[in-house]
Structure formats: structure tokens, C-alpha cells
Design a binder for this molecule. Structure first.
Ligand code: C2E
Ligand code: CA
Ligand code: CA
Ligand code: CA
Length: 278
């Protein structure tokens, strides 16, 4: 029995060790990824129900020659824990503003916005407001074309500090979208206090919209909330025509998802209207 006990212990131990090793391999890879230029940005288009492209969400990609492509779902939490999210996030912001400035010179794309995902670590960084101001200034990107996405759950910690920071950023003219909306536990009273411009309906509600009446009810509620608080509402994760039609019927006017366009390098964004007239 004693022996078996030890074996079991060894088994757990080696599994744990493998996990720790994988984590530290990712961690050290991540530390060099910026200087080795292993990051790139993908862009996923966002459309209005009139068919016009409004802009895109910026999605970070990491390709390490040994590890292959690593999902942001894996490496963003590591980057947050280690603090690497600050230099990485600054790079994403710089590239995104540069892209906005390029588009501004093209009459067809001049109004396109970019939605950049933020980690709350970035927001709490004392230099963040200055970073955003300087990056806008250096690149010449118009602040109103920059949308910062924060997730609902991120906001819950230290809400007063978050509100203050968002107000300072709002004064620069940048806009805010509340990502994964509906999955957290927002109290409606502070929603009113946040300088928000948009709510983003989480993809999980869109996924089961056609089969699950409670998901439809949640989407209805978010759309009504957007209406009464004068916030735009965008649905993410729209994969099928049926979901798109159902969302239109509920009054949703902005969409993002594989149906309309997958995340891709910037060259693949097209100005051709999608599903016009619906
Ligand atoms: P998110 O902000 O909720 O981004 C949406 C995710 O859904 C993206 O995954 C996107 O590729 C995926 N997606 C888009 N359309 C569809 C669809 O129709 N169906 C399905 N099933 N999925 C769809 P991705 O690119 O793997 O990013 C995962 C998460 O990583 C993001 O979730 C975001 O939280 C985080 N992330 C990505 N880039 C950044 C970044 O630059 N900074 C920070 N802080 N986080 C980032
Ligand atoms: Ca997002
Ligand atoms: Ca989301
Ligand atoms: Ca999500």
C-alpha cells in the first residue's frame, strides 16, 4: 500500500511537473516573442445591418517556431501574470493606431474603427493614459476611431479606479465597448456610471439563440438595455445565416462573426458590403 501511495504521488508529481514545464516554456518563449517579432495582428470585420463595414476587432496572434501557433486564450493569461502584457499591449496599441492612420488617408476606409482588447492590468498601469495619448499623437490616429474593449468581469475589481481611468481616457476621445456582456454580474447601477459606447453580446448567447429561449430573452434584454442607455450593441460569434436573421429580427444592428468574416491579416479585409439590404 505504501508503494502504491508513492507511485500515485510520483504520477501526480510528474503530471504537475509537465504542466509547470509547459508553462515555463511558454513563459520564456513569451518573454522573447516581441523582440523576435513573433507577434502579428489579425483583424475581424464588424458590419452594420445596412451592409457597411464599420471597422474591425484586433486579435493578437503568436507564432513561435518551436511551439507553433499559440492561442491567445493560453498566452494572454500568462502575459497578464508576468506583467509582459504591458509591453505586448503597448505594441498592439501602436500597431493598431498605425493601421488607423493608414486607413484615414483612404477615403473609403477613413471612418473604419479598430477595437483593441485591453487587459485590466493595462488600465491600472499609471502610465497607460499617457501611453494612449502619445500613441494617438505619434501615429495621427483619430481617437474616436479607437475602441477599447474591456470585459465585464475585469471591471468588477476596483470599480471606482476603473471608472476614473475610463473617464480620463474618454476625455482623449477614445471609445469603450463592454466585451462578453451578459457573462459577468454587472449591476445595472454602475453600468450607467461607466463612460461606455457599446455593449458586446457574448458569443455564447448567439450560439444557442435558436434553441434556447432563455438566450433569446437575454439578448432581448441586452438590446433593450442598450436602447435605454443609448449604447450601441454588437453581437459577436455570428456563425450562421439563421442566427444573423434572428438577431436582425430582435433589432440588433451590428455584427461580428465567422459568417461575415474570419479574423485574418489586414490585406484580407474587403470594402465590399456584406448582406446589404437586410
Ligand atoms: P474575445 O475578445 O472575446 O475575442 C473573440 C474570440 O472569438 C476570438 O478568439 C475570435 O477569433 C473568436 N471568434 C470570432 N468570430 C467567431 C465565431 O463566429 N465563432 C466562434 N466560435 N469564435 C469566433 P481569439 O482570437 O482566439 O482570442 C481569444 C481571446 O483572447 C479574446 O477573446 C481576447 O479576450 C483575448 N485577446 C486576443 N487578442 C488580445 C489582445 O491583443 N489583448 C488582450 N488583452 N487580449 C486579447
Ligand atoms: Ca474582444
Ligand atoms: Ca468577446
Ligand atoms: Ca469571449
Amino acid at each position: 500500500a505504501k508503494n502504491r501511495g508513492r507511485n500515485r504521488y510520483c504520477f501526480y508529481d510528474s503530471k504537475l511537473q509537465a504542466k509547470v514545464l509547459a508553462r515555463s516554456a511558454l513563459q520564456s518563449g513569451l518573454r522573447q516573442a516581441l523582440s523576435l517579432q513573433q507577434f502579428s495582428l489579425y483583424f475581424q470585420p464588424q458590419y452594420h445591418s445596412d451592409g457597411q463595414m464599420l471597422g474591425a476587432e484586433v486579435l493578437l496572434r503568436w507564432f513561435d517556431p518551436e511551439l507553433g501557433p499559440v492561442s491567445p486564450v493560453e498566452f494572454i493569461p500568462l502575459a497578464e501574470d508576468s506583467g509582459l502584457i504591458l509591453p505586448i499591449g503597448a505594441w498592439v496599441l501602436q500597431q493598431s493606431c498605425q493601421q488607423l492612420a493608414d486607413w484615414q488617408r483612404d477615403p473609403v476606409k477613413t471612418h473604419w474603427h479598430l477595437a483593441v482588447n485591453l487587459s485590466v492590468r493595462q488600465l491600472h498601469d499609471p502610465d497607460f493614459v499617457k501611453l494612449v495619448r502619445d500613441t494617438l499623437q505619434q501615429t495621427g490616429a483619430r481617437p474616436e476611431n479607437l475602441v477599447l474593449e474591456l470585459t465585464e468581469t475585469q471591471l468588477l475589481e476596483d470599480i471606482e479606479a476603473v471608472i476614473a481611468k475610463m473617464q480620463q481616457l474618454g476625455e482623449l476621445g477614445v471609445r469603450f465597448s463592454l466585451d462578453d456582456f451578459g457573462t459577468g454580474y454587472s449591476s445595472l447601477s454602475y453600468l450607467k456610471r461607466l463612460p461606455l459606447n457599446q455593449l458586446k453580446i457574448d458569443g455564447s448567447f448567439v450560439r444557442d439563440l435558436l434553441d434556447d429561449p432563455s438566450d433569446e430573452a437575454i439578448i432581448r434584454t441586452i438590446l433593450a438595455l442598450g436602447n435605454s442607455l443609448e449604447l450601441a450593441v454588437i453581437a459577436e460569434g455570428v456563425e450562421t445565416e439563421a442566427q444573423y436573421q434572428a438577431l436582425c429580427k430582435l433589432g440588433c444592428q451590428q455584427f461580428q462573426g465567422y459568417l461575415l468574416g474570419r479574423p485574418a491579416p489586414v490585406e484580407q479585409l474587403t470594402v465590399t458590403p456584406q448582406r446589404p439590404g437586410l
